[in-house]
Ligand binder design. Structure first.
Ligand code: BES
Ligand code: MN
Ligand code: MN
Length: 454
């Protein structure tokens, strides 16, 4: 194959400027004003469609050069997380700027969506541009970019179930994860599942004077926090009966292999300005955030939070709780277990309501597949090092559904860093990483097609 590097060097500025334009669109999953502009993300394809769904549309494009050749399905998302709290941003989230950082001495693009996922998705568009412009496309390609990933991909599930043939492919390729470091390339081999619920605790029928009634009635906030605290024991194990029943246990050999990946606990703690990590006894930090299931409160509210003091017992208290799941936990079963348990631990004097939001299954990709081998060769080509397989703690629930509905494996070639602050203020994506991704992707196409032909 012709080196993508020369083409990338020639067109670097345009590649950057196009991404900056894309990043100016505030495509928060709750905003539909971007529609026309995302069409250009599929340029280079023969067919470009905006597929309507019950929710936000899916951008679909394909280029079929020969039905005997393999077909790669590229997936990404054009929606982004809400940018708030806005005051914590050093520059406005939808006015991208390039600034140097310690981790990104060549500069990083600061904007909401820079890394998750517009920047990473757009690497695929530019890699395809290189291949089509230079007659280097070795196989068929389909692009499917959705707009609801950050809110649970409901419409994409709907779309996939109705378009199995249209989406038929040999391998799915996604850049929506990270890697260990710019000099430590890694390929994501696992994603955690998710169960997301909201809980409401209701006590007396109105807010009460905390002097007149305090001590005599159940305070919903006291009760809710006590109930939440009881969900972990002294070893930070989750106490919901049956929660661990289906959890995949890794062998000592697999855990030893994981522990070989370079990791500095000091650097980790320093980056977060914490004195110590915290988590489930018996597991390392990297195990806690990837192969172990967890439960976290994402938000909690109730009562008086305004200025000054108000002596009041609130009638209600609320929390949003997420559970990250691992193979082979079933997210719907876990949601049910949570609901039954949480309702059962409520004392008399309050009522508890659990409302499930969304969820999804965990995913693990084998490292002996053709797709993984092709990815490994591609990274070795452009990084000069064999990439390390690494299970991630994040979730892309649609990946398990792809496997179920389309019967194909997903390869997760992520080029972001954990320090890129996705979902946080000042999200950014290294310029070097963006260009490295554009360079590596065509090599994946190349090696995958070669292996496929053998
Ligand atoms: N791209 C992320 C997931 C991710 C990031 C996986 C880094 C691995 C490494 C994705 O956009 C995301 O944020 N997913 C959500 C789940 C979704 C259902 C809201 C998540 O993990 O919280
Ligand atoms: Mn993402
Ligand atoms: Mn995200």
């Amino acid at each position: 194959m012709e080196q993508p590097k020369d083409y990338i060097n020639q067109h670097k500025d345009r590649f950057l400027n196009e991404l900056l334009e894309l990043l100016k669109i505030p495509s928060i999953s709750a905003d539909s004003a971007y529609k026309d502009d995302v069409i250009k993300t599929a340029e280079g394809c023969d067919t470009v469609e905006i597929c309507e769904t019950p929710g936000y549309p899916i951008v679909y494009g394909e280029k079929i050069i020969d039905p005997k050749l393999p077909t790669i399905l590229v997936y990404g998302h054009y929606d982004v997380q809400p940018p708030d709290p806005l005051y914590l941003w050093d520059s406005p989230p939808f006015e991208p700027v390039i600034k140097k950082t310690e981790k990104h001495p060549d500069g990083a693009i600061f904007a909401r969506g820079a890394c998750d996922d517009k920047g990473q998705m757009y690497m695929h568009v530019k890699a395809l541009e290189f291949m089509t412009a230079n007659d280097q496309l070795p196989c068929n390609v389909k692009f499917m970019i959705e707009g609801e990933e950050e809110v649970g991909s409901e419409s994409l599930g709907w779309f996939v179930e109705r378009n199995r043939e249209k989406l038929a492919n040999d391998v799915i390729l996604i850049s929506d994860t990270g890697m260990i470091a710019n000099d430590v390339p890694s390929i994501t081999t696992g994603l955690r599942g998710l169960s997301y619920v909201e809980v409401a605790v209701t006590g007396p029928n109105r807010d009460l004077h905390s002097g007149l009634y305090g001590g005599a009635v159940a305070n919903p906030i006291n009760i809710l926090t006590k109930m939440i605290a009881s969900l972990h024991d002294e070893n930070n194990h989750i106490t919901i009966p049956g929660f661990y029943d289906a959890v995949e246990e890794l062998s000592a050999a697999e855990r030893a292999k994981m522990a070989e990946a370079p990791f500095s606990l000091d650097a980790y703690q320093n980056a977060l300005e914490i004195e110590s990590v915290y988590g489930e006894h018996g597991y390392s930090t990297n195990e806690r955030n990837s192969i172990r299931p967890t439960l976290d409160v994402n938000g909690i509210w109730g009562g008086y939070t305004g200025e000054g003091a108000k002596t009041v017992i609130a009638s209600q208290a609320f929390a949003k709780i997420s559970m990250r799941l691992v193979p082979d936990q079933n997210w719907e079963e876990i949601t049910e277990l949570f609901k039954n348990h949480f309702e059962s631990i409520a004392p008399k004097g309050v009522t508890v309501e659990v409302t499930p939001h969304h969820g999804g299954q965990a995913y693990v990709t084998p490292i002996d597949s053709m797709g993984y081998k092709a990815a490994e060769k591609a990274y070795s080509e452009t990084f000069g090092k064999t990439p390390i397989p690494q299970r991630s703690g994040g979730s892309i629930p649609i990946v398990a559904l792809f496997e179920k509905e389309l019967k194909s494996k997903t390869i997760l070639m992520g080029f972001g860093l954990d320090s890129d602050a996705i979902h946080s203020p000042n999200e950014h994506f290294g310029v070097w990483n963006y260009l490295k991704g554009i360079e590596t992707i065509p090599w994946f196409y190349h090696y995958y097609t070669e292996l496929f032909k053998d």
